[in-house]
Write a protein of this length. Structure first.
Length: 317
C-alpha cells in the first residue's frame, strides 16, 4: 500500500493533490494539536519499537524524554535562546568565552552584504535548532535565497516541530557571529559536554559537521575513547558514525570540563557545546534534550548504563 501511495503521489496529478492534502492535515494534527506526551510517546515508539516508560524511566533516552515533559523553568528558555544565553554566559563565567557577535536583527531584509563584515561569519536564528549559513566570501552568496530562507525560519515556532517547551516563547531574531576556523581554514571541531547532575559524564566530539563526512566520537573525562555510539540521523539515510582515528585531546579540555560543570549546576541533564581555536575556548550553545531522547545509543546496554548515572529531579510542573 505504501509503495502504491508513493507512486500515485509522485507520478499522478490527482494522486499528488489528494495525498498532499492528507499529508497537510496529518502534519497539522501532529505538530499543532497532538498533546506533548502523546507526541513524545509516538516518536519514541517509532525510534525504539517499544513504549517509553515514563513512570519508571531507566535508559538515558527515557530519562531525557521524562525531563522534556516534566522539567521546565524560565531558565530553560533563556538558555535555549542563542541570543539571550550570551548574557547568561557573561554573568556565569565571563564574556571572554563568547563568540564575537557581528550583527543582529529581527528582519531578514537587513541581511545584506553592506550590513555584514568582510571576514568569515555564520548566520543563525536564535529560536530553533540546526545549522546556519556559512559565509566565507560574500560575493559567492545568493543573498535573495538566504533572506527567503531566513524569513521562513523566523515565522516558525520550533516548539511545534519538537514539542520542547523551552523553545515555545523565544522571540525569533537573526544573529551573525564570527566563523570559527583553524589555521587551515577548516571549521573547528565541536566539543559537547553531556553533564549529569552537574558533572561532565560524556564527552562528544563532532568532526566535519557541515561536510559530507560528519563523524562523532565519545570519550570520558580522561579522554579515553568510549565503546558506544549515539548517531544522529543525517540526510539520505546516513548517520554520524564514529571516525576511524582518535581525535587529539583538546588543549583546553580541563577548562572545558570545569566551565561546563559550573554552567550545569542548575540542571539535571544538560549538554554544553564548546569550540577550541588554537587553545582559545569559545562557548557554543546549551541543549537540554539531545535528539529529543529518541535516537538509540548502541550497543543498547549503554543506554541503560548511562541512564543509571543520571538521577532525575522531582517534576517541576
Amino acid at each position: 500500500m505504501k509503495k502504491l501511495l508513493r507512486y500515485l503521489y509522485k507520478n499522478t496529478t490527482i494522486g499528488h493533490l489528494v495525498i498532499h492534502q492528507f499529508i497537510r492535515l496529518h502534519n497539522f494534527y501532529l505538530f499543532r494539536i497532538m498533546p506533548e506526551k502523546a507526541f513524545s510517546k509516538r516518536k519514541f515508539r517509532k525510534s525504539f519499537n517499544r513504549d517509553v516508560d515514563l513512570d519508571n524511566p531507566k535508559t538515558l533516552n527515557e530519562k531525557i524524554v521524562w525531563l522534556k515533559l516534566n522539567d521546565r523553568t524560565p531558565l530553560h528558555t533563556i538558555c535555549a535562546d542563542k541570543l539571550a544565553v550570551r548574557e547568561y554566559i557573561k554573568e556565569k563565567i565571563g564574556d571572554d568565552y563568547l563568540v564575537p557577535l557581528y550583527f543582529q536583527t529581527k528582519n531578514s531584509k537587513d541581511i545584506i552584504p553592506d550590513n555584514l563584515p568582510d571576514k568569515p561569519f555564520i548566520i543563525k536564528t536564535n529560536h530553533d535548532s540546526g545549522g546556519g549559513v556559512i559565509v566565507k566570501d560574500k560575493s559567492e552568496i545568493d543573498w535573495k535565497e538566504v533572506r527567503e530562507n531566513l524569513t521562513k525560519r523566523l515565522k516558525k515556532n520550533y516548539y511545534h516541530r519538537s514539542k520542547e517547551w523551552q523553545y515555545k516563547n523565544i522571540k525569533p531574531c537573526i544573529i551573525v557571529e564570527k566563523l570559527l576556523m583553524d589555521k587551515g581554514g577548516e571549521l573547528t571541531k565541536d566539543f559537547k559536554m553531556h553533564c549529569f547532575n552537574g558533572e561532565v559524564t560524556m564527552l562528544q566530539v563532532d568532526i566535519g559537521r557541515f561536510s559530507g563526512n560528519h563523524c562523532r566520537n565519545f570519550y570520558d573525562k580522561e579522554w579515553k575513547r568510549q565503546p558506544y555510539r549515539w548517531a544522529s540521523p543525517k540526510e539520505n539515510g546516513k548517520f554520524t558514525n564514529p571516525s576511524e582515528d582518535d581525535v587529539e585531546r583538546p588543549q583546553a579540555l580541563n577548562k572545558m570540563i570545569s566551565l561546563s560543570e559550573m554552567l550545569a549546576k542548575d540542571f539535571s541533564y544538560v549538554r554544553i557545546d564548546w569550540y577550541e581555536v588554537e587553545g582559545i575556548l569559545y562557548f557554543g550553545e546549551i541543549t537540554f534534550h539531545t535528539d529529543g531522547g529518541c535516537v538509540p545509543i548502541l550497543p543498547a546496554e549503554w543506554d541503560r548504563k548511562l541512564g543509571d548515572m543520571l538521577t532525575l529531579p522531582k517534576a517541576s510542573l
